[in-house]
Design a protein around this ligand. Structure first.
Ligand code: DAT
Ligand code: MG
Length: 132
């Protein structure tokens, strides 16, 4: 996902350019806004964390770009491209280092495993919206 902060700041085009230049193929994509309840479902694993409410408020604060990306070793490769959760600690040149503004508002989401990538893909897209 391109998060609401980066969409608001006009970074959709630059971020997609970085993603495709890094060799990812976009197999599904949409501009959409999650309700706070849907954001809560998406981030349910973080339910007990102190930042959960802030996270759900932020993630539902405006439209996001949801996408499914395909590449060899995609999960690990995408996490390299986006950088560390805290933009201040992200490698220079990574998406979060360039476009994130704080640990909460860090421009992009990436799945953390193939299993979660499948769950998160199904959260945002129906089979007919996926072009593998
Ligand atoms: P990542 O998005 O790198 O997988 P995560 O899964 O640990 O990081 O956390 C999910 C999101 O929650 C993260 O992108 C931003 C928010 N978050 C994480 N730690 C936070 C913190 N200490 N304060 C505020 N928001 C935080
Ligand atoms: Mg995570």
């Amino acid at each position: 996902m391109i998060k609401p902060d980066a969409v608001r700041a006009g970074h959709i085009g630059n971020i997609l350019q970085m993603i495709t230049a890094a060799g990812f193929r976009i197999v599904a994509m949409k501009l959409t806004q999650m309700t706070k309840e849907r954001a809560g479902q998406f981030y349910a694993v973080h339910r007990e964390r102190p930042f959960y409410d802030e996270l759900c408020t932020f993630m539902s604060s405006g439209p996001i770009v949801a996408a499914i990306l395909e590449k060899e070793n995609a999960v690990e490769e995408f996490r390299k491209l986006i950088g560390a959760t805290d933009p201040a600690k992200a490698e220079p040149g990574t998406i979060r280092s360039l476009y994130g503004t704080s640990v909460g508002e860090n421009a992009v989401h990436g799945s953390d495993s193939d299993e979660n990538a499948a769950i998160e893909s199904a959260f945002h897209f129906s089979g007919m919206e996926i072009y593998c």
